[in-house]
Write a protein that binds this ligand. Sequence first.
Ligand code: HEC
Length: 144
Amino acid sequence: MGLGYGVLGIMPNLLTNFGRRFWWGAVLFMTLVLIDGSMNLPAFGQAESPAASGGKLFQMRCFVCHGRDGKGHGPSSNDLAEKPQDFTDGSWQRATPDDQLRKVIQGGGLAVGRSDAMPPNPDLTPDQISALIAYIRSLAKTGG
Ligand code: HEC
């Protein structure tokens, strides 16, 4: 009984230590983002289409890296170790399922084995992430 308990006890401890570091990083990052964006946080009204509210969110906290047009040339993109994807690229759109977008947006690049240059967004609700995905999908239709 004692052994089984001990083995099971180790796993959550490891996870907790990793989790703590991860969450503190995320909390610090989000605090900076919120301070920066607190003057113009969008209201998620029912009247707006998901793509429209996703677009507002994107122009607030994603454009610095992904660019206003989603092509990956945001003002901070030159400093990144990994270059952001061009969201208007149709073949990338077809090759990338919604599930994958959801994981990357929520958990950051590390959540799908990619670069941590893509930060996690643990504060976003499932609806907000769906809105961002709808917006990203809309870029392929209009973009070149
Ligand atoms: C600090 C810069 C930065 C910010 C802010 C940022 N990203 Fe990213 N993002 C990146 C980078 C760099 C990558 C590419 C990572 C890689 O390929 O290893 C990426 C990758 C992605 C991908 C995956 C693309 C693929 O190839 O599958 C999606 C989707 C994405 N970002 C969406 C978003 C959304 C939505 C936001 C806003 C909530 C956002 N990003 C904010 C830098 C950023």
